[in-house]
Design a protein around this ligand. Structure first.
Ligand code: RIB
Length: 292
């Protein structure tokens, strides 16, 4: 069984559904409000666990009601939480999501996720060392991303960096990561004005730019190629990127070829958008394989 460790955020998503997205200074009437588990790290951990991997989460929650719901959700999805600690006196991370006009807008308040520091990671160094692959994102402090990247390089454990939300990434992390999975916006923040085609050529079989339903673009050593996505009726695209990352990591850790891993991840991501909530539509192994 693939051993995957996720270092990252765990949050509650506070989701408002509305037919219209409010502009600055505008008030609109919404249709529904729901709270569901989210956070990029937690989403990726749950996605990988539903696909059959042995997943350990390294993260922090608050000592509040949301924190307990987040922990229970990890347990019911089979994610090991020996390294997810409630932090005394802190609130859990929250994401404030408006679903409107076929897309989402999100404001994240990191709260307890800021306690995932390099010192905190020290307790979990052995888990990282024993992983087939480690996944990390950017809803935790930058110095932690740098530290985990160094650990993975030292232990020769492949690191998948999902550089979301967008922020510049230190050059050492870009070099040390085995897989980098930005969307187009995040790629622009990472690599600036340089044309994407040239950037892709610099990182063959390492940089994978997700382009929504168009698929994933990368340079395979010979040519730039795109592994296409799958057309589905989207209900909620929140968490599609996270499902992609979790599934991509599972397939790679199981030894699938790069192309097959990308197909598998695209299929999982496409199924994830057919239901409400970041984790609501994340598929099981048989759902992905049955539909490939
Ligand atoms: O990637 C989707 C996630 O981003 C949501 O679940 C929300 O928590 C935000 O962090």
């Amino acid at each position: 069984m693939a051993k995957i460790t996720v270092v990252g955020s765990s949050s509650m998503d506070l989701v408002v559904t509305s037919s219209k997205r409010p502009g600055a200074g505008e008030t609109v009437l919404g249709d529904h409000f729901k709270t569901v588990p989210g956070g990029k790290g937690a989403n990726q951990a749950v996605a990988a666990a539903r696909l059959g991997a042995e997943v350990t989460m390294i993260g922090c929650v608050g000592d509040d009601h949301f924190g307990q719901i987040i922990l229970d959700n990890f347990k019911s999805n089979g994610v090991a939480i020996d390294y997810v600690e409630p932090v005394t006196g802190m609130e859990s991370g929250t994401a404030h999501i408006v679903l409107a006009e076929g897309d989402n807008s999100i404001v994240v308040v990191k709260a307890a996720n800021d306690c995932v520091t390099p010192a905190y990671i020290e307790k979990a160094v052995d888990v990282i060392r024993q992983s087939d692959i480690v996944i990390i994102q950017q809803e935790i402090p930058e110095e932690t991303v740098v530290y985990v990247s160094e650990l993975c390089a030292k232990f020769n454990v492949p690191l998948m960096l999902n550089p979301a939300p967008a922020r510049p990434v230190p050059a050492s992390v870009v070099e040390q990561a085995s897989y980098i999975t930005p969307n187009e916006h995040e790629a622009a923040v990472l690599f600036g004005e340089e044309p994407l085609g040239e950037v892709l050529r610099r990182y063959p079989n390492k940089l994978f730019v997700t382009e929504g339903k168009r698929g994933v673009r990368y340079f395979d050593g010979d040519e730039e190629t795109i592994v296409p996505g799958y057309a589905v009726e989207a209900v909620d695209t929140t968490g599609a990127g996270d499902t992609f990352n979790g599934a991509f990591a599972v397939a790679l850790a199981e030894g699938k070829s790069l192309k097959d891993s990308l197909k598998f991840a695209n299929r999982a991501a496409s199924l994830s958008v057919t239901k409400f909530g970041a984790q609501g539509g994340m598929p099981t192994r048989s759902e992905v394989e049955g539909s490939l």
